[in-house]
Design a protein around this ligand. Structure first.
Ligand code: ADP
Ligand code: MG
Length: 696
């Protein structure tokens, strides 16, 4: 692209003055190039118009007609505009709750108009709420092509007179006076090999589609390009990481590793062994490890991490493990300390809640090198923490961390190896789109002898059947969890629910058993005390909020009851269920719900139907869209796509990834003359994507 044209200010366009350019700038549109990248939200396809008489509930269709009556009704928050649109076969009622005043002026009786939206029926009459619309010119031949782009509008744009239609006019004008791309940005052979539409043509067609077919080609090209740049980012980053000398090369799988293996009371699963082998190979490669271990709840990831840490010790290096909650830090510390002590590894704990004295001692130990390992919450990544010779960083339950925290730890010492562990298996496309520069190990096997967890849903309240189950199991020597949801906005009321539940159960229902209460607002020491008592079996039933969701491992627990299960996501429910079925006893998961709205019932049924985390994550992706399966903090790049959709564009993603990695393989610095414009474009692209900056 001749950079000049791209950089031309939008004010250079006819009809765009100060007011409009200000409104555009608020949307991040300053140059003509920005304008070209302001893509339509959807298209209104007038070549496929439906008659009103034939509409059915739920149809998403385009309808053309004439405005009959148009009424502004209600006041305040219920103010709305109702418009009757007739096409000769019937009448469709359109409603707008926003912009009623302004739209009312435009939609005068007699106007021809095309609308696109979802049909619903009310008292037997078809309706659309907030349809997209396009005013048609009276009598004259249609000015526009049949496929009409609909642009995202904002209040500001609209006020500046830039509704979708005017934006479209602006972009047409831009296309006329400074056509988008003069040179092809992607290497020619790539464009040919993947049969991509040329860049300039794609921009033209996406804004002014000539036909459905050309539009599809244009969208394919632009999505491909978007995916390609992110994959190029991953490919270059991976190449850099591998090239970078100075990662600690492990040379020994020595005594401690062997001793650890010999000391285990059970055999590692095949999948665990494979994970340890892959990690060892990374550590020995002389290149910095970036590996993501995905394994279902209870698949034994902690032990895999322990092997990695023992390997670090055998090679004279320190290891740090970061976990999302204090409870989990303490648990890992207690659990792994057994192994560490037996091996003679000195192992510290670092949490926000511990006493200053304890903390100072651990900090000194890490700096002096008298501690070999440390586990902690994000306290581990604070600046005060200095390691003598950090070689490995393990991040457990990494989906709970934001990319920034992950990165901080990674930058602690001279390029420590990084091992990420997650119990949230995500679809393959999402892994590629989000963690594209990581190597991935999947632990797809549970230790032998695990008893199945029977899952059952119960509507409305704590049923006698559940109480009987609790009673029976506790009398048999088992333990149980009862979990209440804790949603941020209503934290206080939720906390009350958990506390009330606890008192009710303790005082009225199970006065003979000892119950414990744990929640996030408790002081750390008190939390630790309750957890310790539960771990020792002194507490029979642990009532808590979701602080126990991740990682907690008490194999003697055999029942988990989740209150308001309808308020939890599928991944969360699966995590919670993972707290039981960890020992040799059959276990139960009771999901109580009140009002299961939306997808809630489907989630609960899926829990009953399967205990396979990978299966459930696919269900979750289907219900919510793959992009939403990861939290916002995690999805990084994936959430920054303007056109591509990791749910739907798997084929494109695979192609683009292949192309990017091959290109970097051939020309790692993009230094060849034919890649010069690509390199420049890539740099610009990265600079505009703040998401890239923080990717861990
Ligand atoms: P997760 O993958 O959910 O982090 P954990 O590491 O907490 O799972 O392991 C769950 C339980 O399984 C722990 O009590 C652990 O000691 C046990 N465990 C791990 N590996 C094995 C194995 N190979 N055989 C039997 N039990 C195992
Ligand atoms: Mg774990």
């Amino acid at each position: 692209m001749s950079g000049r044209v791209e950089d031309l200010s939008v004010e250079a366009l006819r009809g765009v003055g100060e007011k409009k350019s200000k409104a555009l700038a608020l949307q991040g549109i300053r140059s003509v190039g920005d304008l070209y990248r302001y893509f339509p939200r959807r298209y209104l396809d007038r070549s496929r118009v439906s008659g009103i008489a034939g509409l059915r509930e739920g149809d998403e269709v385009t309808v053309c007609g004439t405005v009959g009556r148009s009424m502004r009704e209600g006041a305040g928050r219920t103010r709305r505009l109702r418009v009757m649109l007739s096409d000769g076969s019937g009448t469709l009622e359109l409603t707008w709750f926003r912009g009623a005043a302004w739209l009312g002026k435009v939609m005068q009786p007699g106007r021809h108009m095309a609308v696109f939206g979802k049909v619903s029926f009310f008292s037997g009459r078809p309706q659309m709420t907030h349809p997209d619309y396009e005013l048609l010119e009276e009598g004259a031949a249609p000015r526009h092509a049949d496929i009409m782009p609909i642009y995202p509008e904002s209040e500001g744009l609209r006020k500046a007179g830039l509704d979708s239609r005017r934006l479209q006019a602006c972009i047409r004008e831009a296309l006329r006076v400074c056509p988008p791309v003069t040179g092809e940005l992607l290497p020619e052979d790539m464009v040919a090999h993947y049969r991509l539409l040329g860049g300039a043509e794609a921009y033209r067609q996406v804004h002014v589609p000539e036909s459905r077919e050309m539009l599809d080609k244009a969208l394919r090209r632009l999505k491909w390009e978007e995916l390609f740049f992110t994959q190029l980012f991953f490919a270059l980053r991976r190449h850099q990481a591998k090239r970078h000398a100075g990662a600690h090369r492990f040379v020994r799988s020595g005594e401690k590793t062997a001793e650890l293996y010999a000391s285990l009371p059970f055999e590692l699963t095949t999948a665990q062994k494979r994970a340890v082998r892959e990690i060892y190979a990374d550590l020995c490669s002389g290149q910095q490890m970036h590996r993501l271990v995905q394994g279902d709840v209870g698949s034994g990831k902690t032990l895999v991490a322990m092997f990695a840490m023992a390997l670090a010790f055998d090679n004279g290096l320190q290891a740090a493990m970061m976990v999302p909650t204090e409870i989990l830090a303490v648990q890992h510390w207690l659990g792994l300390k057994k192994y560490a002590d037996a091996l003679g590894l000195r192992f510290g704990l670092l949490t926000g809640g511990q006493s200053v004295v304890d903390r100072e001692e651990v900090l000194r130990g890490l700096m002096a090198g008298t501690l070999d390992m440390v586990v902690g919450t994000h306290a581990v990544i604070q600046d005060k923490v200095v390691f003598k010779r950090l070689g490995l960083v393990v991040i457990d339950e990494q989906h709970r961390f934001g990319v920034v925290q992950r990165r901080a730890l990674q930058e602690k010492a001279c390029r420590p190896h990084v091992l990420l562990m997650t119990a949230t298996p995500i679809p393959r496309t999402l892994t590629m789109g989000t963690f594209g520069d990581l190597d991935v190990t999947v632990i797809d096997e549970l230790p032998e002898g695990r008893q199945p967890v029977t899952t059952k849903c119960y509507g409305h309240g704590l049923k006698q059947e559940v109480l009987n189950l609790l009673q029976r199991e506790i009398e048999a020597g088992r333990q149980a969890y009862i979990v209440y949801p804790l949603v941020e906005e209503s934290e206080k009321t939720d906390l009350k629910a958990a506390t009330r539940g606890y008192h009710q159960l303790q005082d009225r229902i199970f006065p003979g058993f000892r119950l414990g209460l744990v929640h996030g607002r408790m002081p750390a020491a008190q939390k630790a005390e309750v957890m310790e008592a539960f771990r020792k079996g002194e507490i029979a039933i642990l009532v808590g909020t979701t602080v126990i969701e991740v990682g907690v491992d008490v194999p003697n627990a055999s029942v988990i009851v989740v209150a308001h299960a309808e308020r939890f996501g599928l991944a969360q429910l699966h995590q919670l269920r993972g707290r039981v079925g960890r020992g040799e006893w059959p276990s139960w998961c009771c999901l109580l719900y009140d009002k299961a709205e939306g997808d809630a019932m489907e989630r609960l049924r899926a829990m009953e139907a399967s205990s396979d985390g990978f299966y459930l994550s696919r269900v979750d992706a289907r219900l919510r869209g793959a992009g939403n399966v990861l939290g916002k903090e995690q999805s990084g790049i994936a959430s920054s796509f303007r056109l591509a959709d990791l749910d739907k564009d798997e084929d494109l993603l695979i192609e683009a990834r292949e192309a990017a990695f091959r290109l970097v393989g051939e020309d790692p610095l993009l230094a060849l003359p034919e890649h010069r414009s690509l390199r420049k474009k890539y740099e610009e692209y990265v600079a505009t994507q703040s998401e890239f900056a923080g990717i861990g």
